[in-house]
Design a protein around this ligand. Structure first.
Ligand code: HEM
Length: 304
């Protein structure tokens, strides 16, 4: 899986990301009100992971996204059994299409995973299904949150936003800006649970072998001992050793993709739609009720 996401391969996606983002923005230019999440961040990031995985165009849509999202943000409108059924149908259709279609011989990631499962038994059927689900979900939900949380932070700091929305922003600044937005309002709030392998004491807190530990990325990224003036958004902040993509052997495999999408999409969004303002006060925005992710359900903005 890692080879599909190495920076050299991801860099080749630059024209595709820019064109896709540009087309989405073309459709928004005549509107006075826009939801940055459903009109831009969600379709853009989903299209990218679908392209890498080789999801047939018919399944690259809001219905598929809703099915995936329902699995992590349960709501009273969603019957858990139905959500489960819809997810199984989706995975059957996707994996089935790779097994029967000509795409099986192609170079996309899902085709390669199916081959790894069918031809050399590198993955069980269950592992294949859960990996396809994981990639489809985290391959877009996370980056969608980077664009959503990042845009919100910029709208709340117009002076900083102006640095990015200039007609030809300094590429170095765009890079440090994306790192700072990842730190300031981290798209993944908590890492997956860990189980302590041995007893240790950390900052006076004893963690016994076998204890379940939850790592709070959002909190670590505002650690005053590491980040001077940690609650301040500073798009030029360097160094910026944030933990938004995790750390160690489980460091995010999609980091290069997410960074490139942020670097290309955020300045383009501000430039093409701008000037924009929040359509409602920030404290009235709805955050999706998930444990691990931190992302807005909608980010309505007005074009002024
Ligand atoms: C801004 C976007 C993203 C953020 C903030 C993010 C964050 C993270 C974090 C914090 C982890 C480590 C979790 C842990 O240690 O418990 C992780 C792992 C992972 N991420 Fe991302 N991610 C992003 C985008 C993506 C994308 C686009 C993909 C696409 C495939 C992806 C795939 C993965 C996978 C497969 C892992 C598990 C790696 C392993 O366990 O070895 N992520 N991500």
């Amino acid at each position: 899986m890692n080879t599909a996401f190495i920076p050299r391969r991801i860099a080749q996606l630059e024209p595709f990301i820019t064109t896709t983002a540009g087309r989405l923005l073309d459709g928004l230019e005549l509107r006075s009100d826009v939801d940055v999440i459903s009109d831009f961040a969600a379709p853009l990031t989903f299209r990218m992971i679908c392209a890498i995985l080789g999801v047939p165009p018919a399944l690259d849509d809001a219905g598929t996204r809703d099915t995936l999202m329902a699995t992590i943000a349960p709501s009273p409108d969603h019957d858990p059994l139905r959500v489960d059924e819809a997810l199984h149908t989706l995975l059957d259709t996707l994996i089935g299409a790779k097994r029967t279609g000509s795409a099986l011989g192609g170079s996309d990631l899902l085709g390669a995973l199916v081959r790894a499962s069918d031809e050399c038994g590198a993955m069980s059927e269950e592992e294949l299904r859960s990996t396809a689900y994981l990639l489809l979900l985290v391959g877009h939900d996370t980056t969608m949150n980077l664009i959503g949380n990042g845009t919100l932070a910029l709208l709340q700091h117009p002076g900083q936003a102006a640095l990015l929305s200039a007609p030809d922003p300094d590429p170095h600044l765009v890079t440090t800006a994306v790192e700072e937005l990842l730190r300031y309002d981290s798209p993944v709030r908590d890492a997956t649970f860990r189980c302590a392998a041995e007893t240790i004491t950390l900052h006076g807190q004893r963690v016994a072998a076998g204890d379940i530990v939850s790592l709070l990325i959002g909190s670590a990224n505002r650690d005053e001992d590491v980040f001077p003036d940690a609650d301040r958004l500073d798009l030029t902040r360097t160094p910026n050793d944030h933990l938004a993509f995790g750390y160690g052997p489980h460091f995010c495999i999609g980091a290069a993709l997410a960074r490139l999408e942020g670097i290309l999409a955020l300045p383009l969004l501000l430039r093409r739609l701008g000037p924009i303002t929040l359509a409602k006060p920030a404290d009235e925005l709805t955050w999706r009720p998930t444990r691990v992710m931190r992302g807005l359900a909608a980010l309505p903005v007005l074009r002024t």
